[in-house]
Ligand binder design. Structure first.
Ligand SMILES: *Cc1c(COP(=O)(O)O)cnc(C)c1O
Length: 609
């Protein structure tokens, strides 16, 4: 576990060199040097780093595999993709997608009014906009406004009522009518923990009877020439490819049938998102049973086969992959504030002139422990500890002796673990779990890793440095919220081991990876911890640039964002302090200045790290 499963989850985006984790790109900076540079400007708390080149890599991968499959299968349609905004609406993430996707004319997908407004303002001209989700008349009218403003927009209807409203709007105004898509309700369902989007009981989509009715309505309204797309989405983080293939067969046949029914303008099939990301640190490919190669070939091959059989032209293929495109671009970096069992340090031993015999024996075991005797000595030490605790309960030894014994036994176990780290016995592994170190991280799990809290989704985590020494401390991670759910416990099935560091002497940073999808807007302000400070890092041949800095909200702004008047709060605090007694005017002024400074900092901890 020295490499923290890097070969499993990192997709070669990072490498370990000289004990540091580095970007595996151009000048190959280490995450630690970037972090330290940012923190030089008195930035405290967690930071989120965005790497646009990793978005580009994903976009390029997606396009190149589809292009290859199109060539290999002699497929006549083309491939296009849009980015679903719900996966990450933050300005610097969206900017990274649109700028890195420029050469592919990468578009955006919207699922709500606010996202549609965002798509209308951020989609480069000529790129596609697709719209999904439930819509009212206003949202559908916005679609007309987008079409009128020159956007290449397709509104996917989720039900017949939406189509009726589109027809109504079209008859009431002269605005350009957007392209229309139909989301089909598939009888085949998806797989994975998010698979609630497919199947007959799904939340979205038209049944076959409704689709036939939709065609009639469109014909009546003379809008059949606007029906351009068939859409489905079988759920996120698809673990198995079989349900996708079933969905493709179903949707492909619906497409071909509609073409044969006279839907001449129909030209694309939108297969939604769902491409999975590897989050696992321990077992290869547990998250998905297919590669991007298999995924793209299957889609292209199946659609080609269905259309050939029915004598229908090959449709263009659209995807709306979100997680796959942006998960890897963001890394959350958190300083460790404290290690809770640091009190068991050897320097805190405080022996007496004459120690009880059992303590003397522990001292000797601790000194003489070596590779050959360590299991035997460990057993002796554990026995002694039991006896010492009994003696303490009976009042025969004092608290100082007990403290010395605890430190010595901890040390002996640690040494034994170290000596046997290559092949630990079951007993040692269990001891390790019991000796778990709690690493307090300056971050909020609710804010930055909400899917861990809500769905038990693991994210790869590892230290940024010390990577040339084997980590030996079974670790659980505690965040700084006052909520006992703000903890990533030690799980012996997916053990996390971290280093023993002396935080008085050096910083220790942890990186959480693949956090670029869904976590940011799902993140909540529990305990009023807000979005971490964020930075876009663009890596060049000779170094890197830190851009688009947005510092985590300051305390007054956090309070304002939930409805308080920040001036009222500050004035109240200042006037209470001004009216107080028993300090000099000088101290009062200094304290007022301090107060003012504190409320203008972000809400994460500052004193230690
Ligand atoms: C959420 C969603 C997506 C994105 O799914 P990913 O698993 O992130 O790729 C795509 N299309 C629709 C309609 C969605 O609702």
């Amino acid at each position: 576990m020295k490499n923290f499963g890097l070969n499993i989850w990192s997709n070669n985006n990072f490498i370990i060199e000289d004990g540091h984790i580095k970007l595996n790109y151009k000048s190959m900076p280490s995450l630690l040097e970037i972090t330290e540079e940012i923190r030089q400007n008195n930035i405290k708390g967690p930071i989120l780093l965005r790497f646009p080149h990793l978005i580009k890599k994903q976009i390029r991968t997606l396009y190149s595999y589809f292009d290859k499959a199109i060539q290999n299968n002699n497929y006549k349609g083309n491939f296009q993709a849009v980015f679903p905004l719900k996966v990450n609406q933050f300005p610097n993430a969206v900017e990274a997608v649109t700028s890195q996707g420029k050469q592919y004319n990468y578009g955006l997908e919207a699922g709500s009014k606010a996202e549609l407004i965002l798509a209308m303002s951020e989609t480069p001209t000529g790129a596609n906009i697709t719209v999904n989700g439930f819509k009212d008349k206003e949202m559908l009218t916005l679609g007309f406004i987008a079409a009128q403003s020159g956007h290449n927009i397709t509104i996917t209807i989720e039900g017949l009522n939406e189509l009726e409203t589109i027809i109504e709007v079209a008859s009431e105004c002269d605005l350009k009518v957007p392209n229309i898509g139909i989301r089909v309700r598939l009888h085949s369902a998806g797989s994975g923990i998010w698979a609630k989007s497919g199947g007959m009981d799904a939340k979205f989509g038209l049944t076959s009877t409704e689709i036939i009715e939709a065609i009639a309505l469109l014909k009546d309204a003379k809008l059949l020439d606007k029906l351009s797309m068939i859409h489905f989405h079988i759920g996120s983080q698809m673990s198995d490819i079989a349900p996708l293939k079933r969905a493709l067969r179903e949707a492909g046949n619906i497409y071909a049938e509609l073409k044969m029914m006279g839907a001449d303008a129909l030209r694309s099939i939108n297969i939604g998102g769902g491409l999975a990301v590897e989050y696992d640190q321990h077992v290869m490919s547990s998250a998905r049973n297919y590669s991007i190669d298999e995924f793209s070939s299957s889609v292209v091959f199946l659609l080609g086969e269905i259309m050939n059989a029915k004598g229908v032209d090959h449709p263009d293929i659209f995807t709306e992959s979100g997680r796959f495109i942006v998960a890897s671009h963001a890394v959350l970096i958190t300083p460790v504030l404290e290690l809770f069992s640091q009190d068991y340090q050897e320097k805190l031993l405080n022996f007496k002139e004459i120690n009880p015999p059992l303590i003397e024996e522990l001292i000797e075991l601790n000194t003489l422990l070596n590779n050959t005797n360590c299991i035997e000595y460990l057993h002796d030490a554990l026995d002694h500890m039991e006896s010492i605790l009994t003696l303490f309960d009976l009042g025969y030894i004092d608290l100082q002796d007990r403290s010395n014994a605890e430190i010595l036994v901890h040390n002996i176990i640690k040494k034994a673990l170290y000596l046997k780290s290559a092949n630990p016995t079951d007993e040692l592994e269990q001891l390790q779990t019991k000796l778990q170190e709690r690493y307090l991280i300056n971050a909020s799990i609710f804010q930055s890793l909400p899917d861990y809290w809500g769905l038990d989704q693991n994210f790869p985590v590892m230290p940024l440095h010390h990577l040339n020494t084997t980590p030996l401390r079974a670790a659980s991670l505690w965040d700084i919220t006052c909520d006992s759910d703000g903890e990533i416990g030690f799980n012996p099935e997916r053990p996390l081991y971290l280093h023993d560091v002396n935080l008085d002497e050096e910083d220790y940073f942890l990186g959480f990876f693949n956090v670029g999808a869904y976590q940011e807007t799902l993140g909540m302000n529990h305990n009023l911890f807000t979005h971490p400070s964020e930075y876009t890092i663009s890596i060049t041949e000779s170094g890197y640039e830190i851009k688009n800095a947005i510092e985590s909200k300051n305390i007054l702004d956090i309070l304002e964002s939930i409805g308080y008047d920040k001036n009222e709060i500050l004035n109240k605090l200042k006037s209470d302090l001004s009216k107080s007694d028993f300090i000099t005017e000088k101290e009062k002024d200094d304290t007022l200045a301090k107060l003012e400074e504190f409320v203008k900092q972000n809400g994460y901890l500052r004193t230690t790290n």
